[in-house]
Design a protein around this ligand. Structure first.
Ligand code: UD1
Ligand code: BG6
Length: 352
């Protein structure tokens, strides 16, 4: 049921404040007067010790689910102290990459049925790793066969391009990082700030959704362009990849997500200098930044600025992807393409 919306993708973008609330329901504990704020993931509580003791956490997924894991990687590394590596499911299987008994392998899949992710799971299982699932689909293959896991509870996602599942996956992995981080005194203030940020997140997403009209105007401006390059770094490297993937998947426009630090193959100290360089080379620039930062990051009048609410750094990807989802949606509708079932794209690829 699309309710008052024209398309499922549009509905699912706009219901993210609610889907995020459902994802967190019963899992965040604010604590009483002297009790600390904590996270409770029922499906993982008996396995946290094993995960903490593992030598490495390996994230495995495809497409949007891979990007969600990439967005959560920095906070998981920070709070767990365990090295976190990333694997695109098909590539892990192609390489028969090393997976050991001391590894925790986390399989991220909205549908829980993607063939490549399932093959990678069987491979990791054979190699003795602890296999954890993160999925939106109760009783899917991933949910049933992994040793343990977390349902993201985002509600059924009908639009072929994943939107609300992406933001809920990031939130679940941020909660996973908090749960693994445990109660170390050294990071207590950081953990409590993240939990406060999580409680506040649905409101911040409600706020960023007000950019809908602005993103539609931007889509009109970009409609005839050949190509869209999306740059991001740090927590928002994943936002660049996922924003570009959305535009590619539904608007069928060439788009590429790039790590801003890789521009000219040198590490720039700040995103700001990349912006200046691109401006100097006459790129048509759109800058997305936190409210209040426009004056310091925007190189001049000609540059369009999209201001988003600022949240705790590790949660910023949840807010920042929303304008890009809206942009992809409007570009597709303006071009007259099918937004809920894009050409040559399946919701779940269950064959190899
Ligand atoms: C569970 C109940 C929820 C109830 C809550 C109350 C289910 C599906 N969930 O939620 O309805 O309100 O207790 O305490 O009945 N799992 C995997 N692999 C996966 C995903 C999950 O093995 O990929 C396992 C988990 O380890 C867990 C079970 O499935 O044993 C349910 O997971 P989840 O729904 O995330 O657990 P709770 O949030 O505790
Ligand atoms: C691909 C879809 O086949 O599978 C992507 O085209 C999707 O849109 C990816 O993100 C992963 O799907 P899932 O269900 O495993 O998260």
């Amino acid at each position: 049921n699309k309710g008052n919306y024209e398309h499922y993708m549009q509905k699912e973008i706009h219901e993210q404040p609610e889907s995020l609330t459902t994802t967190m329901r019963g899992r965040l504990i604010r604590g009483g007067s002297c009790k600390a704020k904590t996270v409770l993931l029922g499906g993982l509580k008996d396995h946290l010790k094993t995960i903490r003791r593992s030598r490495r956490i390996v994230f495995v997924g495809c497409g949007t689910s891979y990007n969600a894991a990439l967005a959560a990687r920095p906070i998981l590394e920070e709070l767990s102290g365990v090295p976190v590596t990333m694997e695109i499911a098909s590539d892990l299987v192609d390489r028969q990459g090393p997976i050991y008994r001391e590894d925790t392998a986390v399989f991220v899949s909205q549908s829980g049925e993607t063939a490549d992710t399932l093959l990678a799971f069987e491979y990791a299982l054979e190699n003795g790793a602890l296999c954890v699932g993160i999925t939106n689909t109760v009783s899917s293959a991933i949910a049933r066969h992994t040793h343990c896991g977390v349902h993201i509870n985002a509600g059924a996602e009908i639009g072929v391009a994943s939107t609300k599942a992406y933001t809920s996956q990031i939130v679940v992995m941020a909660m996973l990082a908090l749960a693994i981080g445990g109660d170390a005194i050294s990071s207590q203030a950081r953990r409590e700030a993240i939990i406060d940020g999580l409680f506040d997140l649905p409101n911040r997403v409600r706020e960023v959704l007000k950019l809908d009209h602005e993103m539609k105007d931007l889509a009109k401006l970009l409609m005839a362009e050949q190509s869209l390059l999306v740059f991001g770094r740090g927590y928002n490297y994943a936002t660049a990849l996922e924003g570009a993937l959305k535009v590619k998947e539904v608007a069928l426009m060439h788009s590429e997500g790039m790590l801003a630090g890789e521009m000219k193959h040198v590490a720039y100290s700040k995103q700001q200098s990349v912006i200046q360089q691109l401006h100097a080379r006459k790129g048509r620039l759109i800058v997305m930044c936190s409210k209040g930062d426009a004056a310091s990051v925007s190189p001049g009048e000609s540059c369009r600025v999209i201001e988003v609410p600022q949240v705790e750094d590790c949660l910023q990807p949840v807010v920042n992807i929303v304008p890009l989802q809206l942009l992809a949606y409007h570009l597709t509708v303006l071009k007259g393409y099918n937004v809920d079932q894009p050409r040559n794209l399946a919701k779940s690829v269950t064959t190899q």
